[in-house]
Design a protein around this ligand. Structure first.
Ligand code: HEC
Length: 185
């Protein structure tokens, strides 16, 4: 066991300090209740790009293939765990859409909302967002069971269920102004 390299530690500290200085969570209280307050680095954007996308890509890729080795099943277990954990983070109160001061790269394109409008919409409909995050968690748990059973068919149907949860939340919270054919409710 080697410790965390020094460069990495200082990066983490600098990053945390940078965020804390303008984070609305940090201003308002003690870190005593981790369930109630999201970690300072978590934003919807970060959860999507850094956690959900890599984990679900690995799962979908495996589901589209034919042969999964034992070593791969173990890795996939970790990926399914990540989806469940990411869904838990999405359910937290006071989650920012993006880190303070940031904007979305594709703001207002294709009927998508700006980060500011998205934040207002999320804050006003937090319960619906949490419920949709719960559907993501359920689908993640379905994947977890498929992986534990090493069952390809279950991995494929779980993968489809997973995809449906992405679509319905994106439709509601990311590009609600885009009226696509067969929109989900
Ligand atoms: C509970 C709601 C919710 C669920 C479920 C959800 N997302 Fe998202 N996602 C969002 C919101 C809101 C945005 C827009 C903000 C942003 O771009 O980060 C987004 C944005 C994204 C982006 C764009 C990130 C970028 O570069 O701007 C990707 C990719 C993404 N989600 C992937 C997924 C995948 C894959 C799933 C399903 C496995 C999923 N999301 C499930 C709410 C959700």
């Amino acid at each position: 066991m080697t410790g965390t390299p020094a460069w990495r530690q200082s990066f983490v500290i600098l990053f945390a300090v940078g965020l804390a200085s303008c984070d609305r969570q940090a201003a308002s209280g003690s870190p005593a209740s981790p369930e109630a307050a999201p970690p300072p680095t978590a934003s919807v954007h970060e959860i999507m790009t850094a956690r959900i996308v890599p984990a679900t890509n690995a799962l979908w890729e495996a589901a589209a293939g034919t042969d999964v080795t034992d070593a791969k099943w173990i890795e996939l277990r970790g990926q399914a765990d990540k989806v469940v954990e990411a869904a838990n983070l999405l359910m937290l109160d006071g989650l920012n859409v993006v880190a303070p001061g940031q904007t979305l790269t594709d703001e207002n394109s294709q009927g998508g909302l700006s980060a500011t409008d998205m934040q207002a919409h999320l804050d006003a409909h937090h319960q619906q967002f949490a419920q949709m995050s719960g559907q993501l968690r359920d689908a993640g748990q379905q994947m977890l069971r498929a992986v534990e059973a090493k069952n390809m068919e279950a991995l494929q149907s779980g993968g489809d269920a997973l995809y449906t949860t992405c679509e319905s939340c994106h439709q509601a919270f990311w590009y609600p102004n885009q009226k696509s054919a067969g929109g989900t409710q």
